[in-house]
Design a protein around this ligand. Structure first.
Ligand code: ADP
Length: 468
């Protein structure tokens, strides 16, 4: 079974809680107990020494009231919850702070060195206590003599109780931290889990083909950025899909009309609607339609090759020469319609660095359009001039111009203005799409300035050749 990120996070949180408490329970409880033990033993040892020095004075015969000393001892013992004994060297109890009746009792097996190299000992102290006690002892010394010992005892259970109380504080603090760390879980839920769910849902919708789906996520963090990127991606894919649908519709439409007329003419010839003396006229129309189909196919193939970010075969060449040659190739058509070219170059030779074949095609398409949409007897102006590191080429006509609302669309594949649909049956609407693609592949720009009824000017840039 696959565990969701959320479950993993909760499991991690619980493991963190359990391990946290286990650590506090084992490590902290041991450390706390040991700490208290040492601290109490030190305090008791100081106490024992204090009392031992007082008894040393008494043993050395200084004026001291034994009775009042005992009472003082008792007060100290009660105050700090201790049992204090004064024992002579033979192990006979001289004073017992808590049981005065024990005075004179002998401690069997008494050994003042029982603490060894430690300052305290834990146990029943030579069988004197029915429970475990922490014991320390200090010698009563005077005149290079050891008169006896002060031993101080505290029940281990008292230390345990104190340790438990200290631990309770730690447990409560740990519990508060554990509960507070729930905030992390809540923040994770809100900032990661829910957004991730929305994004996953979006991705599933896109995979299922629903590219209109919008991921509704307004966040200023990486999740929001991811959602916005996915929304953008789906919108782009959607546009692409729509573009492709339109493209296929346009291609089909543009292929169908010439095919329909070819079919119509041929059927009319076969069933005799067109008499044999008219054959030539109609067969010429059939040829013209097939030429249009060829042109369409050619245009589509060119665009297709450019789509793959067509590899450019760049070289340094003189753009003036290419302009002259291309214009010359239209001589035949221009003579028939009395159209003239006016070529202006700022320099005799202007070298550019570009794909010559493709730039030839650009010029061909632009001049072809300029002629198509010019009036008979007019002039077409072509210029090439240098600005900074660029060479600008302009193809200008004084023809029918382009309506304002069509200017943006002329670059679209298959787009033709209404006037040109009537006037120019040969056009495929692919010429300018190809031009734009080629110029963009060169990393350059092309623009148009046109006024309906006055003419159009197409200007594009090319990089100047750096090495002449
Ligand atoms: P076409 O093969 O139809 O000329 P283009 O892509 O070259 O296709 O041009 C698209 C449309 O832009 C043309 O059909 C025409 O309406 C308009 N157009 C292009 N060049 C000119 C121009 N020089 N003058 C007026 N209209 C133009």
């Amino acid at each position: 079974m696959k565990l969701s990120l959320y479950l993993k996070f909760i499991a991690g949180y619980l493991v963190f809680g359990v391990l946290g408490f286990a650590a506090v329970w084992t490590v902290s409880s041991g450390m706390m107990y040991q700490y208290l033990l040492r601290e109490r033993a030190d305090a008791m040892y100081d106490e024992a020494n204090l009392i031992a020095s007082a008894y040393s004075n008494i043993y050395q015969g200084e004026k001291q009231d034994l009775e009042s000393a005992y009472q003082q001892l008792q007060a100290v013992a009660v105050f700090v919850d201790l049992e204090i004994w004064v024992v002579n060297r033979q192990g006979v109890i001289v004073v017992d702070s808590n049981h005065s009746a024990r005075t004179g009792e002998t401690i069997e097996g008494f050994d003042p060195m029982v603490t060894g190299n430690k300052s305290y000992v834990i146990g029943d102290y030579f069988g004197q206590f029915p429970y475990d006690v922490l014991s320390v002892s200090a010698p009563i010394i005077g005149n290079y003599n050891t008169y006896g010992y002060v031993t101080v005892h505290m029940p281990v259970s008292t230390i345990r109780a104190d340790s438990d109380q200290g631990l309770n504080v730690i447990y409560i603090s740990a519990a508060i931290i554990f509960v507070l760390s729930l905030i992390i879980l809540l923040v994770f839920t809100k900032t990661v889990y829910f957004p991730l769910k929305k994004i996953t849902e979006g991705a599933n919708q896109y995979a299922a083909g629903n590219l209109d789906y919008r991921i509704d996520l307004e966040a200023g963090d990486e999740m929001g950025y991811l959602a916005a990127t996915l929304n953008y991606m789906s919108a782009e894919l959607n546009k692409m899909e729509e573009y492709q649908r339109n493209f296929i519709a346009n291609v089909s439409h543009d292929f169908r009309s010439p095919l329909t007329s070819i079919k119509g003419y041929l059927e009319a010839i076969i069933d005799g609607t067109i008499p044999p003396e008219m054959y030539e006229k109609y067969l010429k129309r059939v040829i013209s339609e097939t030429e249009r189909l060829t042109k369409l196919t050619q245009g589509l193939l060119t665009l297709n090759s450019l789509d793959g970010k067509g590899y450019l075969n760049r070289s340094n060449f003189d753009i003036n020469r290419v302009i002259k040659d291309t214009a010359a190739s239209f001589e035949g058509i221009c003579m028939g319609r009395d159209i003239n070219f006016d070529l202006t170059f700022t320099d005799n030779i202007q070298m550019v660095y570009a794909d010559m074949g493709k730039i030839q095609q650009v010029l061909y398409n632009l001049i072809d359009n300029a002629i198509k949409f010019s009036y008979d007897g007019s002039t077409i102006f072509i210029q090439a001039y240098q600005r900074n590191e660029k060479i600008f080429v302009s193809v200008k006509d004084t023809g029918i111009g382009i309506p304002k609302n069509s200017v943006k669309k002329i670059w679209d594949r298959f787009y033709k203005t209404d006037q040109s649909r009537g006037r120019d049956k040969r056009g495929t609407g692919l010429g300018l799409a190809i031009v734009k693609e080629i110029i963009q592949d060169h990393g350059e720009n092309i623009d148009v300035v046109s006024t309906e009824g006055a003419g159009s000017e197409f200007i594009f840039s090319l990089p100047r050749a750096t090495v002449l």
